[in-house]
Design a protein around this ligand. Structure first.
Ligand SMILES: N[C@@H](CCC[C@H](N)C(=O)O)C(=O)O
Length: 285
């Protein structure tokens, strides 16, 4: 039997098993299967996936995220806040502002501390990417998809697509409680027009400062929250004239609220909580 030490953490109920790869060694070929195993609520620990906190040549830490189906994602907003909390509280960094490397580039984290405990984190998520080739999705590679008609399951929808380092598609609904998250979500996630799959978000606009949000995540299904998805939803809402650029928008997710600001200079800032659940030893073959 092999073992590793883990910490279970969550951001608004979007939970991952975090492994400190400064101290642990796990074979690369085992990671995808381990993500499936640890995520299982019956035979594992129970989570939306696995996140590795790794050494980096470009920043104090690097985040790698695996969804609960074993696929590797390129970015994770809730994961970034938890990685920032872990890095600060475990002395992997000394400053309250520091960089984190992801598979989609570098982001800057700022931890908000009470005593020595990080309660909230702001992440500068960088610039949203809007061209079809950047999502990626089929169609004219240079074009944006803003309120464009697309057919899914025999029905036409107005959709907007945004990459926050990972792909998102946003549907507007009148009533968030009735959003077809579990029916349309899995169909859109695997639609062939998105060669790498897509995270599927449903948004009800409350007013210019507030939106409701539910998600079907690529590789994980329904989750309580998606940080990159909330950023993408605010970018989409500005592009569709529902909310204002340069103003804070409160995103109400199933697990709680995030504050997102798509600033005038083009960068997206996300602020929200990060929490530790438990630590332990995981046994595997
Ligand atoms: N929950 C995350 C996103 C995780 C990765 C996503 N499912 C993907 O495959 O792109 C978040 O908080 O952003």
């Amino acid at each position: 039997m092999k073992t590793f030490q883990f910490t279970k953490m969550h951001g608004l109920g979007n939970s991952y098993i975090y492994v400190n790869m400064f101290e642990e060694q796990i074979e690369e070929s085992k990671l995808s299967h381990l993500a499936i195993q640890v995520s299982n609520v019956h035979t594992g620990i129970g989570s939306d996936g696995l996140i590795l906190i790794c050494p980096s040549e470009k920043a104090p830490v690097k985040m790698r995220i695996f969804n609960n189906d074993g696929s590797e994602g390129k970015n994770c907003g809730n994961g970034l806040r938890c990685v920032a909390k872990y890095a600060y509280e475990h002395n992997l960094v000394k400053e309250r502002k520091f960089m984190i490397e992801t598979l989609s580039g570098l982001v800057e984290a700022e931890v908000h501390v009470k005593g020595n405990i990080v309660h909230n984190v702001t992440i500068d998520m960088g610039y949203p990417r809007l061209q079809k080739k950047e999502i990626p999705m089929l169609g004219n590679p240079e074009e944006y998809t803003i309120s464009e008609k697309m057919e899914f399951n025999g029905q036409l929808y107005d959709v907007t697509t945004v990459s926050m380092g990972n792909p998102h598609i946003i549907f507007y609904v009148r009533n968030i409680e009735e959003a077809p998250v579990t029916t349309l979500g899995p169909i859109v996630e695997k639609d062939q027009r998105f060669p790498e799959g897509v995270n599927v978000e449903f948004v009800e606009v409350v007013n210019e400062q507030e939106i409701h949000f539910r998600v079907w995540e690529r590789g994980s299904g329904v989750t309580q929250a998606c940080g990159t998805g909330a950023c993408a939803a605010v970018v989409a809402s500005v592009l569709n004239n529902h909310t204002k650029r340069g103003k804070e928008t409160v995103v109400h997710l199933a697990g709680g609220d995030l504050i997102i600001n798509w600033t005038e200079d083009g960068r997206v800032f996300m602020t929200g909580p990060a929490e530790t659940v438990c630590t332990g030893t995981y046994y595997y073959e």
